[in-house]
Design a protein around this ligand. Structure first.
Ligand code: GRG
Length: 297
């Protein structure tokens, strides 16, 4: 079966997802301020990489991508909550996110915390509300289990905790990998694996797709570090590797810029090998992989 191009696939699915999210939050029987705070960050211009991975994963199995809408919205809600809390004064204390004032700058710290909490809890409700024609009770339970593990102490929260613990210390490559595999990678993996769960894939295929997502997650982060460093160097007008860019452990600071680029290429190659191993129709997943390797923001 010939699949459609990634740009038309993404455009269509992004539109459907954004409508789903807006309707979902708007219909909540809750104080207006909390709904506004949730929607502000949900609609602040995210790239929707995680939902697209889930839809592309379903497409690889030749499944109806609509099945994944409730889980895709759930994962985007968890991602959005993590960004709101990450920006708080007690964490990164950021004033801007995606070029706009951060949630706590607009709604205050208490509402930013509450909006994050509401998004996290709402995500599990969203999966549970997947119509029965698209997912059995067992499937929904597996999806909720997957998302809980990916977001909690064994996943994203664990990665964030390790990151905070490592602040100001010189980390080794293994520590750095632990942080990124958990902080960023687990939710990306959950997106790909959720598509496979909805498609009733075998354990073997799920494991191969998890391995794909592991390499994709690290590639995503290495690219992020490279972009950050290039941006910093441009801003401060200093050559790559200068002292100003060395106050944080990153892939370029541990491996040099060339080493980081090489590691990125290796992870992209391994990710694509894993996709081939599945024997599925993985064109869209492959295109997303290339986009992540080459992204400029
Ligand atoms: C507060 C529990 C808790 C966790 C925070 C994800 C995270 C953990 C923090 C975000 C910090 C950060 C910038 C991590 C680097 C990788 C990352 C997740 C980037 C943002 O993801 P994109 O590029 O974001 O998909 P958009 O804006 O497109 O949605």
């Amino acid at each position: 079966m010939q699949q459609q191009s990634l740009s038309s696939f993404s455009e269509l699915h992004k539109r459907k997802l954004e409508t789903q999210i807006k309707n979902y939050v708007s219909k909540l029987n809750a104080p207006t301020e909390i709904k506004e705070s949730m929607l502000y960050s949900l609609e602040a211009g995210g790239k929707r990489i995680r939902p697209m991975l889930l839809f592309a994963s379903l497409a690889a199995f030749g499944e109806d991508t609509l099945k994944g809408m409730w889980t895709a919205a759930a994962i985007e809600m968890v991602h959005t909550y993590s960004l709101i809390h990450d920006d708080l004064p007690s964490m990164d204390n950021d004033d801007l996110r995606r070029g706009k004032p951060t949630n706590h700058k607009v709604f205050g710290e208490a509402f930013a915390i509450l909006a994050g909490d509401a998004l996290l809890t709402y995500s599990f409700q969203s999966i549970a509300e997947t119509p029965d024609e698209f997912a059995s009770a067992d499937t929904k339970l597996s999806l909720i289990m997957e998302l809980s593990k990916a977001s909690g102490a064994e996943g994203m929260v664990g990665g964030q905790a390790a990151d905070i613990k490592g602040e100001g210390k010189q980390l080794g490559i293994e520590d750095l990998e632990y942080i990124h595999v958990h902080k960023t990678g687990k939710l990306l993996e959950c997106s790909v694996v959720s598509g496979a769960i909805l498609a009733n894939a075998s354990q073997e295929t799920i494991q191969t797709l998890s391995a794909f997502a592991y390499h994709l997650g690290l590639a995503f982060q290495i690219r992020d570090d490279i972009l950050d460093l290039e941006g910093t160097e441009e801003l401060i007008g200093k050559p790559v590797g200068s002292d100003e860019s060395k106050n944080k452990s990153t892939y370029p600071s541990l491996l040099t810029m060339n080493g980081a680029k090489e590691a990125l290429a290796n992870h992209i190659r391994s990710a694509k090998e894993k996709l081939k191993e599945t024997g599925l129709q993985t064109d869209l997943l492959e295109e997303i992989t290339d986009l992540i390797a080459n992204r400029d923001h």
